[in-house]
Design a protein around this ligand. Structure first.
Ligand SMILES: [Zn+2]
Length: 419
């Protein structure tokens, strides 16, 4: 026993707390912990660091070894010491260089301008992947604006460096705030469902902003071959103006949403005329094969009783079936036939839809050539909603964008590792 204990005891005896922390922080040759204070209410650990006297430091501008001009005291929050807050305090030297004058030396444990150590920032970035900034602020007992600043630094740096030169097919979509009328436009890489750009508004200029950003990310507007979007005239105009080589694709999803709305309109009209359709909503929405037997039966009976409803459902289901075609020529003929049927259906909402289809003919058929869908939008929308909660809605657009890039941008963050 006595023999086993001996080396441990001698190690402890040989190391002061200051030396212990110097080693634990991995400070290297130039810095050492000169004082540890554990005091205050609530208790906190304060480690005072000093540079080793007589050391020369590299000038932050030119790298020449220079003498120390003076020092400035600075403070950084570090990883907690058990449950206690821990801060590093150091008198950071300023070098005097013949060529560049006086400059503050970069402390090896922190990023310039940050009030946190690199290890603390690494922890924050790790947590931010899992929780909203509010929750992080509570957990770390830190003001959320300070956390956002760290998050924004790493996310914006990674976003600025991301390479878009291989992007060929994109999807454009808008996200609205739950309340109010603020919108943002999201531009996604349709191939890998990553969020490339988020800009305020939903005008044609949103696509202009993407064209410009593409240039800053190693790309060129002429490389974009196809753009999936809804039928908003603003996006069509933006795409035509800024991406003249790209095909506009109005995808299946958006058209089926319109067909669903047309059906709803028929149902409401019947209700206004006195039809008893209470509780019928769920048996009319969606596809028959997704309904249980009771609802299938209900749907059948309603269609028999109200022939308008039956026609509307048939029109919607047929339109969906046309999308199953993998041949553009077949699809074109079928869609043409469908438009004729809808126009003669004596259902004004479907007559309008047929007109809409005719007006967007090329873009709708472009789907059958490109098979480009807004699946990317579907994939990313949930993540963007999560980001919105993370940033507490639209209170601050930059926070929302940062959270969205962080979660949906597939960025390569250059975060320091905790070692
Ligand atoms: Zn210099």
């Amino acid at each position: 026993m006595a023999i086993a204990q001996k080396p441990i005891r001698s190690l402890v005896a040989a190391m002061t707390p200051e030396e212990l922390f110097t080693t634990a922080l991995g400070l290297g040759q130039q810095w050492r912990v000169v004082e540890c204070r554990f005091e205050g209410e609530p208790k906190r650990l304060e480690l005072r660091l000093e540079h080793v006297r007589g050391q020369h430091f590299a000038c932050p501008q030119c790298g020449t070894l220079c003498g120390v001009h003076d020092t400035i005291e600075r403070r950084w929050r570090h990883l907690n010491f058990f449950q206690y807050r821990c801060e590093l305090v150091a008198k950071v030297p300023r070098t005097w260089c013949r060529k560049d004058g006086v400059h503050q030396v970069q402390a090896p444990w922190a990023r310039e301008g940050s009030g946190f150590t690199l290890m603390m920032e690494a922890l924050m970035m790790l947590l931010s992947a899992e929780m909203p900034v509010d929750a992080m602020a509570d957990l770390l007992d830190e003001h959320d604006t300070r956390l956002w600043r760290v998050l924004m630094h790493y996310v914006e740096q990674a976003h600025a460096k991301s390479d878009w030169s291989a992007v060929r097919r994109i999807a454009v979509d808008e996200t609205s705030a739950r309340r109010g009328h603020r919108y943002v436009t999201n531009v996604l890489n349709a191939e890998n469902s990553s969020l490339l750009l988020m800009v305020e508004g939903r005008s044609a200029e949103a696509l202009g902003a993407f064209a410009k950003a593409l240039g800053e990310h190693g790309g060129d507007p002429s490389q974009i071959e196809a753009i999936a979007m809804d039928m908003s005239p603003a996006y069509v105009m933006g795409a035509t103006e800024h991406f003249p080589h790209a095909r506009i694709v109005f995808d299946k999803f958006h058209l089926m949403v319109l067909a669903g709305q047309a059906l709803d309109e028929v149902r409401r009209e019947l209700q206004r005329e006195g039809a008893d359709l209470k509780g019928a909503l769920w048996s009319l929405r969606g596809n028959a094969w997704n309904l249980n037997e009771e609802r299938q039966e209900q749907r059948k009976n309603l269609c028999r009783q109200y022939t308008k409803l039956g026609r509307a459902i048939s029109l919607r289901e047929t339109l969906q079936a046309i999308y199953a075609s993998s041949d553009r020529q077949v699809a074109e003929a079928e869609l043409d036939w469908w438009c004729g049927w809808a126009a003669r259906s004596r259902l004004s909402s479907f007559r309008n839809l047929a007109r809409t289809v005719r007006q967007h003919w090329d873009g709708i058929l472009a789907y059958f050539d490109t098979q480009l869908t807004s699946a990317a939008i579907e994939a990313v929308n949930g993540i963007i909603q999560l980001a919105k909660r993370m940033a507490r809605g639209f209170k601050n657009f930059v926070y929302f964008r940062t959270a969205a890039y962080h979660r949906a941008g597939k960025l390569k963050l250059a975060v320091p590792t905790i070692t």
